[in-house]
Design a protein around this ligand. Structure first.
Ligand code: ADP
Ligand code: MG
Length: 735
C-alpha cells in the first residue's frame, strides 16, 4: 500500500545540508504492525513525518496505492493526510483547552462529517478507549496515559488505513505504556500501524515486522509474523469542515481562553476607536470646510437658513406664515429677511457689540447675566463668552446704546437701547452676537433699513433735490399729518424765498416698491426756532427735513416680500425645500449659493490629509498586527495541530478570519453601546458627544466595512505567517 523507493530527506540549515535519512526502500501493507527502532538521531521521526505527508522529501519516490507522490503540491498532501494518515505523537498533540469529547468532535468537524449520530459514535469510541467517564473533562486535567488514549480515540475517529505513532509511550510509565500498545494493537487489525519506539520489549508481542535504523539508513528489516494478505480496507474520501462548524469553532475559540479573549478585545477596541475618531474628525473638518463659502448678498449663511419668496410675488400674510410654520422641519421664521442680511453694532462709543438683530418674541431661553427685557427699549444679547465685550457681563448692562447698521457707513437706526441681559453660548464659528429687540424697535429698524436701501428724491416746485445733496427726511411727533418743515437753506427753491404752502413731493424707490407723498410746507426752521417747532435739539437737526411720523412710516413700512425659514434638521433640508415649493414659494437654500474661493487650496490640503490618514491607518495596522501576533502566539500550536489532523490551510485561514471578526463585532457593539450611553448623557463627555453627532447610519456601515478589512488583513497576514513553513516544521517550532 505504501512504498518508498530510494527516498532521501535533507535538511537545509543556514547553508549547511544535513541528512534526515537517505535512500530508504520500504514496502508497507495493510495488516502490518511495523515497529521502527534505532538510537536517537537515526532518522526515525524524519521517516515518519515524510510517510505522514507532514514533511517533504527531496529524492526518490513514495507511492501510495501505486500512485507517485513526488509531484504532490501542498493541497495534494492535505488530501493525502486526510485520507490515509492518523498521527499519534509522544507529546499527544491535543487541544488542552478542549474537553475529551470536544477533541474528538473536532476530528469529525474537520472531516466535514455532520451526521447527527456523531454523539453516539464518539461515545462508542470513548468506551473503546476506556475514557467514557472523562468525556467532559478538560484534556489538561488528564494523566499522560489518559491523554494518549484521547489521541488514539481521535485517530479512531479519523478512521484512516494508516496509523503513524512516533514514540507514543515515550512520556508514559510502563503500565500505561503497555495498555496503550495493546489498545493500538486492538484497534488496528485492519490497518497499517507504523510505530517508533526505543523499547522493543514493549511491543514485541504485537509486532509483525521490525525495522532498525542507524544513521539515516535501514540496517535491519525483518518480518516477525506473516500477515493475512487478503485484508482490505474501505477506501473513504472525507470532506472538509463545513461553514456551520467553522462558525461554531470560531466562537468556541473566541471565548475559550479568557485572558487571550480580553487582550484581543482590548486591542480591537483600540483599533475601532482610533478608526472611528480619525473618520469622525475628518467628517467634522469637512463639515466646517463648507462654511468657508462666501456670499456677498446674504449676511447670515447658516446651513439652517432657507430664503423664501411667494411665487405670485405678493407679500406674506400671517396666514402664509401659519402655513409655513406647520411644516415639521421649520424651526422659526424671520419675517423681515432684510434684518439677517445686515450686520449691526450696538455701541456707546466705548463698547462695540457686533452681530445680528432678532425678534425677542422668538426667544425662549433665559439669561445668564441680568434679566429678560420688560420694556420696548430693553434688549438682551446672546453670544460667545470668549467675545471680549460680552465677557464683561454686568459691566455692559443698563447703559444707553445706539444701534448702527454696519453696511451703510454707520447709520444710526435706533437710539437709547438698554442691554438688560446676556445669554452665553459656545460657538464653533464666530458669527457675532444675537441682539434680541422688541417688536417696535424691530419695525423701526426695518424702516431704517428700507430707507437706507431706497433712493429718495425731493421735488420742490421745479427743483429736484436728491439724497446726495445731504438732505434727509426725519419723523417728528409734533408735525401735523400732511405737513413738512424745511431748513431755511432750502427756501432758495421757493418763490420769493417764501416756502409756506408750497408743495414738497417726496419720491421713494427701492428694489421692492416705489412710492411718493405730497406734503404742504408749513414753515422753515433755523437754529433759533427749531426747538420751538420740533422735539429735536438744535445740534441734532443739520440738513434734516421733518415730516409727520405716520407719513414717514407710510413711506418705509412695507409688508415683507422676502422671509427666511430656519430649519431644525439640516439633514432633511431637501424635503423641506420641496414642501415649501409645494406651498407656492420660491425657496433658496443659502448654503447652495456660497462661493468657496479656497476650494482649490483645499484640494491640496485634502490630498495631504488623505496621505496622513493612509499612513495613520498603516501604522495602526502594523502596531495592532504586531500585538495581535504576540497574543495569538499561544494559539499557533492549536492551528498547526489542526493542520496535522488534516485541515486545509484555507479552512484554518477562515477559522482565524472568523475568530478575529467575532472579536471585532463584539468590540464594535460595545463601542456603539458606549456611544449610546454618551448620547443619552448616562456617561457625560461633551467632546465625544459632539463628535458622534456627525455620524449618520451610513457612516456606521462604512466604518464597519473599514474595520472589517483591517481585521481581514490582520487575519490573512497572521495565517500566512504561521503557515509559511510545512505543517510539521510549523508545529515543531512552536513546541
Ligand atoms: P530520531 O527520531 O531517530 O531521533 P530524527 O529523525 O529526529 O531522529 O533526526 C534525524 C536526523 O535529522 C538527525 O541528525 C537530526 O539532527 C536531523 N534533523 C531532524 N530534524 C531536523 C531539522 N528540523 N533541521 C535539521 N536537521 C534535523
Ligand atoms: Mg524522534
Amino acid at each position: 500500500m505504501l512504498k518508498l523507493k530510494r527516498v532521501s530527506k535533507f535538511y537545509y540549515n543556514k547553508g549547511i545540508i544535513s541528512s534526515g535519512f537517505s535512500k530508504v526502500n520500504l514496502n508497507l501493507n495493510i495488516g502490518e504492525f511495523v515497529v521502527i527502532t534505532g538510537e536517537s538521531g537515526s532518522g526515525k521521526s524524519t521517516l515518519l513525518n515524510v510517510i505522514s505527508g507532514l514533511d517533504t522529501y527531496e529524492e526518490g519516490e513514495m507511492y501510495i496505492n501505486g500512485e507517485e507522490t513526488s509531484y504532490y503540491d501542498e493541497s495534494d498532501f492535505e488530501r493525502y493526510r486526510k485520507k490515509y494518515i492518523a498521527n499519534i505523537f509522544q507529546n499527544f498533540n491535543l487541544i488542552n483547552s478542549y474537553t475529551v469529547y470536544e477533541n474528538i468532535e473536532l476530528m469529525y468537524n474537520l472531516n466535514g462529517i455532520t451526521e447527527i449520530d456523531i454523539k453516539n459514535k464518539i461515545d462508542d469510541i470513548l468506551v473503546k478507549v476506556n475514557l467514557y467517564k472523562h468525556k467532559n473533562t478538560k484534556v489538561s486535567k488528564l494523566s499522560g496515559g489518559e491523554k494518549q488514549r484521547v489521541a488514539i480515540a481521535r485517530a479512531l475517529a479519523k478512521d484512516t488505513p494508516i496509523i503513524v505513532a512516533d514514540e507514543p509511550t515515550g512520556n508514559l510509565d510502563s503500565n500505561s505504556a503497555k495498555s496503550i500498545i495493546k489498545l493500538l494493537y486492538e484497534i488496528s487489525k485492519d490497518k497499517l500501524v507504523i510505530i517508533v519506539t526505543h523499547n522493543y520489549e514493549q511491543v514485541k508481542d504485537y509486532a509483525t515486522r521490525k525495522i532498525k535504523m542507524h544513521d539515516g539508513k535501514i540496517i535491519e528489516d525483518r518480518t516477525i509474523k506473516n500477515i493475512d494478505n487478503n485484508i482490505s480496507y474501505i477506501d473513504k474520501e472525507y470532506g472538509n469542515i463545513i461553514l456551520k462548524d467553522k462558525i461554531k469553532l470560531s466562537f468556541k475559540n473566541t471565548f475559550n481562553i479568557v485572558p487571550k479573549f480580553l487582550l484581543l478585545l482590548l486591542v480591537y477596541s483600540f483599533i475601532t476607536l482610533a478608526v472611528i475618531f480619525e473618520y469622525t474628525s475628518n467628517l467634522k473638518s469637512n463639515y466646517y470646510d463648507t462654511f468657508n463659502g462666501y456670499n456677498t448678498y446674504f449676511g447670515d449663511s447658516s446651513d439652517k437658513r432657507i430664503v423664501i419668496k411667494k411665487k405670485d410675488k405678493t407679500y406674506f400674510s400671517s396666514l402664509d406664515y401659519e402655513k409655513i410654520n406647520s411644516i415639521s422641519n421649520v424651526d422659526y421664521i424671520v419675517e423681515n429677511d432684510i434684518l439677517i442680511n445686515n450686520n449691526f453694532t450696538l455701541t456707546d462709543d466705548s463698547i462695540y457689540i457686533w452681530g445680528s438683530v432678532k425678534d425677542i418674541s422668538t426667544y425662549e431661553d433665559g439669561v445668564d447675566v441680568g434679566k429678560l427685557p420688560s420694556s420696548f427699549d430693553e434688549v438682551i444679547l446672546l453670544g460667545s463668552p470668549d467675545e471680549y465685550y460680552l465677557s464683561l457681563g454686568e459691566d455692559i448692562l443698563n447703559k444707553e446704546y445706539s444701534l448702527i447698521q454696519d453696511s451703510t457707513g454707520n447709520k444710526v437706526l435706533f437710539n437709547k437701547l438698554k442691554i438688560v441681559g446676556i445669554k452665553y453660548v459656545e460657538e464653533e464659528i464666530y458669527k457675532g452676537s444675537s441682539i434680541y429687540v422688541s417688536n417696535s424697535v424691530l419695525l423701526s429698524i426695518v424702516n431704517g433699513i428700507n430707507k437706507s436701501y431706497s433712493t429718495i428724491k425731493y421735488n420742490l416746485n421745479d427743483i429736484t433735490i436728491d439724497q446726495y445733496s445731504g438732505y434727509d427726511i426725519y419723523p417728528s411727533k409734533v408735525i401735523e399729518k400732511g405737513k413738512v418743515l424745511l431748513p431755511d437753506e432750502l427756501s432758495y427753491a421757493c418763490k420769493n424765498y417764501i416756502c409756506n404752502n408750497n408743495t414738497l413731493d417726496i419720491l421713494v424707490d427701492n428694489i421692492y416698491y416705489d412710492t411718493s407723498i405730497s406734503l404742504s410746507i408749513y414753515n422753515t426752521y433755523n437754529d433759533n426756532n427749531i426747538e420751538k417747532l420740533t422735539e429735536y435739539k438744535k445740534d441734532e437737526v443739520y440738513n434734516k427735513i421733518f415730516i409727520n411720523e405716520e407719513d414717514y412710516y407710510s413711506l418705509f413700512e412695507r409688508p415683507s416680500y422676502q422671509s427666511s425659514v430656519y430649519i431644525k434638521d439640516v439633514k432633511n433640508v431637501r424635503e423641506t425645500i420641496n414642501e415649501l415649493e409645494d406651498n407656492g414659494l420660491d425657496a433658496l437654500y443659502i448654503k447652495d449659493t456660497l462661493v468657496d474661493y479656497s476650494a482649490e487650496v483645499r484640494v491640496f490640503v485634502n490630498l495631504i490629509k488623505f496621505i496622513v490618514i493612509v499612513f495613520a491607518l498603516l501604522g495602526l495596522f502594523f502596531i495592532s498586527y504586531f500585538i495581535i501576533k504576540i497574543i495569538l502566539k499561544s494559539r499557533n500550536i492549536y492551528f498547526s495541530t489542526l493542520r496535522i489532523l488534516g485541515a486545509r490551510k484555507k479552512d484554518i485561514k477562515t477559522l482565524i478570519i472568523f475568530e478575529l471578526n467575532n472579536i471585532l463585532n463584539i468590540s464594535y457593539i460595545l463601542i456603539l453601546l458606549f456611544f449610546l450611553l454618551i448620547n443619552n448623557n448616562v456617561i457625560k463627555n461633551a467632546y465625544i458627544k459632539d463628535l458622534i453627532s456627525y455620524l449618520k447610519f451610513t457612516d456606521y456601515i462604512y466604518l464597519y466595512i473599514i474595520l472589517f478589512f483591517i481585521s481581514l488583513l490582520i487575519s490573512i497576514r497572521y495565517s500566512n505567517s504561521i503557515f509559511k513553513k510545512s505543517a510539521m516544521s510549523a508545529y515543531r517550532s512552536e513546541v
